[in-house]
Design a protein around this ligand. Sequence first.
Ligand SMILES: [Zn+2]
Ligand SMILES: [Zn+2]
Length: 294
Amino acid sequence: MDVWQPGGRWLKGNLHAHTTESDGDRTPEECIAMYKAHGYDFLAITDHRKRFAGYQEDDFLVIPGAEYHRNFLKEAPEYAYHITGVGLAYDIAQDDRFSPQDIVDAIHEAGGFCTLAHPIWSLMTFEQALNLQDYDAIEVYNTISDVYSGRGYSELYIDMLASRGVYKRLTAVDDVHRYDRDIFGGYIMVQAEHNTWPEIRKALMDNRFYASQGPEIKRIRIEGDRVSVDLSPVQEVRFMTNSLYNAKRVAVGEGVTHAEYTMAKAERYVRIEARDREGKMCWSNIVERKEHRS
Ligand SMILES: [Zn+2]
Ligand SMILES: [Zn+2]
């Protein structure tokens, strides 16, 4: 069974960006122009506690969004909760009485897709990520958290949660502020026929997308305990599951474009990540093993 139908139209986008409407260095117009010029199809502007109203022009989509937070550099600087909402029908009047769960619930009430932003940058505990309910995705990669803070990769949260039966979608985003090294580093590729928010939203909810810094995932198939993936040439493919050890988990080679994996009995799900020769990564969503009965 294909995880998504091969072929079709793939749209490239970034769901996390800041502008002069909060603490970013470029205006929304400049931000949009840069992503358009770089071949992106859609962008969500997510300024701090301030919704940017989106719009559709020709074939570029600006999705309304905002980033909400608790403990933003002041209350408890040892950790933070940052949560983005995209596709928001209205702004959420967040004040400091909002708990992180209130933020998630309010984003959903406003029709938004809700992502836990950069938990590794935020130094969240796994319990905090696990106790927060119902958010839609986790940023597996956040460019500015990587290039300016050295903590950009949150795979471990995804695996810790998944091993406890909580499957979150994986996005890669820029969270651009400075518009130098923090732009065009992480994005999602979404399979949608039309570049509209309703179609992109549906594809996100249906897991018809993957996260990347460069490599392309062309096809994922799962048949019983057999998983296979086709990609652009990479040097390493990892099949990540709830098992601690499986000798065949990591496939290495020069210009690998196909890899296969046989899941062990106890493996309940799999997600695939790969690294190319430049060190650029890509990440699939989690694929649950439907046939598995424990
Ligand atoms: Zn943030
Ligand atoms: Zn941000």
